[in-house]
Design a protein around this ligand. Structure first.
Ligand code: SF4
Length: 309
């Protein structure tokens, strides 16, 4: 059979669902290629990461098609076939470097943050892959997309110990939960060879204290790198602004602000959230101008948002 693939978001970040579907198809002896409407396919697999990106606009020249989420993408998408889910990805479709791997050690999350779809979509936290199942073919740089690895307790400790012993370089590219960083986790996190920064969520005012404590503990065990705090822009503008302002003095910590999106894709993002995210996420702006004096459009200063609340 001839299989076509469509990566709808085309973010430049490999779509894990498509890589697994490609591996499954090739294992079944099918040919796999990126979809083009100038050709005919037995089956087209379409995958999307985000709800808010526009869908593909192709007429599908195929006998059949199937839509999969790789993230929140399609609300009513197909469930990944079990024989694809268990496979490691086909990295060749994205020309992923030979030393890089992507995967999840866990799926799900034990928390129920009101702005987050993960617990609804994936349920409670559970082990998914062992690090050695991800670090295939000598791949030692590993991007892990777990939603809350530390929430997996002893299983997380075992995996972090293995990562350290094997000398893998990793990036947990979603947020870690600062509230769960005890001395034991802090020592392990300090020993890991990081590909990038250590990331925490700082989504409420009360999490600032947890982030401060976690950062101090990890530093105590010798970590010299930077931290990144993901900060959701949700609810009250003052709360969001204070949470971000708290980290404006550079303590080796950067913030990354994300406007809230509901996963039914019904909400219109308020302009203040777009402006605050831009102010926060562009370092040259963030370090040089207060939010109040930030002028995103000619003649409009963000202090206006605070006056009209
Ligand atoms: S801890 Fe993170 S993954 Fe878990 S529910 Fe909250 S925001 Fe979602």
């Amino acid at each position: 059979m001839k299989i076509g693939l469509i990566d709808v978001d085309n973010t430049g970040f490999p779509n894990l669902a498509l890589m697994k579907l490609s591996k499954m198809s090739k294992n079944h002896g099918h040919s796999v290629e990126w979809y083009t409407p100038f050709d005919f396919y037995d089956c087209v697999y379409v995958s999307k990461v985000f709800t808010f990106t526009p869908d593909h606009g192709y007429f599908l020249n195929a006998n059949t098609d199937a839509y999969f989420s790789a993230g929140t993408g399609y609300k009513d998408g197909c469930v990944m076939p079990e024989d694809a889910e268990i496979l490691q990805p086909d990295y060749s479709i994205y020309n992923v470097p030979k030393d890089v791997a992507y995967g999840f050690l866990t799926r799900g999350c034990p928390n129920h943050c009101k702005w987050c779809i993960v617990p609804k979509k994936e349920g409670g936290i559970r082990p998914y892959n062992d690090i050695e199942e991800i670090a295939i073919e000598g791949r030692k740089k590993i991007i892990l997309m777990d939603n809350n690895i530390l929430g997996a307790g002893n299983y997380a400790r075992e995996q972090l110990v293995k990562i350290i012993k094997k000398g893998y370089r990793v990036d947990f590219n979603q947020a870690l939960d600062a509230r769960l960083v005890d001395d034991d986790f802090a020592e392990l996190l300090a020993q890991i060879k990081w590909l990038s920064v250590i990331r925490f969520g700082c989504d409420t005012w009360s999490q600032i204290e947890s982030c401060e404590k976690a950062i101090a503990k990890i530093r105590k065990f010798g970590y010299k790198g930077r931290f990144m705090l993901y900060t959701i822009l949700y609810g009250d503008i003052y709360d969001c602004l204070l949470r971000i302002k708290y980290w404006r003095v550079d303590k080796g910590v950067s913030c990354f602000a994300q406007p809230f999106r509901d996963f039914e894709n019904n909400n219109v993002i308020p302009q203040w959230q777009k402006d605050m995210a831009r102010w926060c996420n562009i370092v040259s702006i963030f370090r040089t101008v207060d939010f109040e004096n930030y002028e995103p459009r000619k003649g409009f200063f963000c202090k206006k948002y605070l006056e009209i609340q």
